[in-house]
Design a protein around this ligand. Structure first.
Ligand code: NDP
Length: 451
């Protein structure tokens, strides 16, 4: 049996060894999920709601251990990991409403009665990345289970540990054995097996745009349903009338958060030219004040990158670009990289166009509202964005004009369990979270009854 080593990015040492799933293991997981799903989809909706609540409570009870594990495996600061685990519990709680409220409709027709049902797919396959492992998995797992499906989840091979804990927790909380399965291993072949499996009817994926395209292509051959949450190169537009200090201070979370390994990172910050000097002074303060270090230290704001490979990728972008200033980072061992500000940068520079997925922000001047919107939209991505201004009408006008799925005014926030999340253009297909997420894990059925 092949085993994968799971590393601790803050030290570069081995945190765990996890067996990789074989094709037979994947088959077995799908079969078990299909078997359990038949019972689950017919169980009393009130019972299914109770189980979802019990999972939320069980996650809450183990939140500290889960947060520490996530912090060590991802390199995420413990304070952020605690927030992430609270979010995981909230997500299960929020979708506990689904089993009893997945309502169909009746439609006036002639000659009979007509009604609709939201039917679960059966077994769905979920494939997730390493940056927020349990959070992103839960955004899919909770609505999929709540809508009556069985689930096979393939987490990133770099960060499978909290998903494996969740597999134990859900059964202890009362979810039928076999309904939720975790299979570990590389995207190719283990993720591929889920995409190809004839009994998996829907794939929910979060990851890079390149892999998302491959999955969509392969799923298309089988007309398999997909939801894709992909990369981003999101913009923040900072106007001269904004609270410049707040806009700059927010970059600690808005682009350096999780070491910039955040699909919503506002890594292009467009600043109205008269405000540039003052804004940069605040950005310098924010960057210098970032506390980069041990993820388990309560005061840490930024940990290491996920891997040596990721560090090399970030360094190669920065080596080609004009660095205005950078913060500090430990020397090593571990995969450290300092928060870094690039300025001036051309919009066409690779650092300003590509998703770097590191703590690197490009600051770019603009002269007019139209120009700012045009340049913000001049990207193949369209995930998130921010508008910083005290002119409410302008902020709303720009929010409507920006080609992105998750926008915020005077804030860098992107994700809430009860609001929809997802991307325009190359940033994805479909939406997660919010009240409609369970619908993405169902097929709509219409039934006519002759009377
Ligand atoms: P990848 O696309 O490389 O991987 C994502 C997942 O897909 C992993 O589990 C990976 O497995 C698996 N995978 C890789 N190749 C295949 C394949 N051919 N078939 C099936 N599965 C496959 O992304 P990363 O893990 O590197 O995550 C970073 C990317 O994710 C960034 O681009 C980021 O923007 C994006 N992202 C998007 C988010 C969003 O909501 N829009 C949120 C978070 C991240 P393994 O890695 O184990 O080989």
């Amino acid at each position: 049996m092949m085993k994968g080593q799971v590393l601790e990015p803050a030290t570069g040492g081995v945190l765990a060894e996890v067996p990789w799933a074989t094709a037979a293991d994947v088959d077995d997981a799908v079969r078990r999920a299909a078997l359990a799903q038949r019972e689950w989809s017919r169980a009393d909706p009130a019972h299914r709601a109770e189980v979802m609540i019990a999972i939320a409570e069980a996650v809450r009870a183990e939140a500290e251990e889960l947060a520490r594990l996530e912090a060590r495996n991802v390199g995420m600061p413990i304070a952020d990991a605690r927030g992430a685990m609270a979010g995981v519990a909230s997500t299960f709680r929020y979708y506990s409403a689904t089993p009893e409220r997945l309502l169909g409709s009746t439609i006036p027709v002639s000659g009979g009665l007509d009604m609709t049902f939201h039917e679960p797919f059966g077994v769905v396959g979920l494939i997730t990345p390493w940056n927020y492992p349990l959070s992103i998995a839960t955004w899919k797992v909770a609505p999929a289970l709540a809508a009556g499906n069985g689930v096979v989840l393939k987490p990133s091979e770099l960060t499978p540990l909290t998903a494996l804990e969740l597999q134990r927790i859900v059964v202890e909380a009362g979810l039928p054995e076999g309904l939720f399965n975790v299979v570990v291993g590389p995207g190719d072949p283990v993720g591929q097996m889920l995409v190809d499996h004839p009994d998996i009817r829907k794939v929910g994926f979060t990851g890079s745009t390149a892999v998302g395209r491959t999955i969509a292509r392969q799923a298309g051959d089988r007309l398999k349903r997909v939801t894709l949450e992909l990369g981003g190169k999101s913009a923040a537009l900072v106007f001269a009338d904004a609270d410049l200090q707040a806009a700059a201070a927010g970059l600690a979370g808005g682009v350096f958060g999780n070491s910039g390994q955040d699909c919503c990172a506002r890594s292009r910050v467009f600043v109205e030219r008269p405000a540039m000097e003052e804004f940069l002074a605040y950005v310098k303060e924010t960057t210098a004040a970032m506390r980069v270090g041990d993820p388990l230290d309560e005061n840490t704001q930024m940990g290491p990158l996920i891997s040596q490979r990721q560090r090399e990728r970030v360094a190669s972008y920065v080596s080609q670009a004009p660095v205005l200033f950078e913060g500090s980072a430990p020397d090593g061992p571990g995969f450290w990289y300092p928060p870094t500000v690039l300025h001036p940068v051309d919009d066409d520079h690779p650092a300003a166009r590509d998703e770097i997925f590191g703590p690197v922000v490009c600051v770019l001047p603009f002269d007019s509202e139209d120009e700012a919107v045009r340049r913000a939209n001049d990207t193949s991505y369209g995930l998130a964005g921010s508008i910083w201004s005290h002119d409410g009408a302008r902020a709303l006008r720009i929010a409507r004009a920006m080609e992105a799925g998750a926008l915020a005014v005077n804030s860098y926030s992107s994700v809430r369990v009860n609001t929809p999340f997802g991307g325009f253009k190359d940033s994805g297909l479909g939406r997660e979270l919010g009240p409609d997420a369970p619908l993405a894990y169902t097929e709509l059925k219409n039934v006519f009854v002759k009377t």
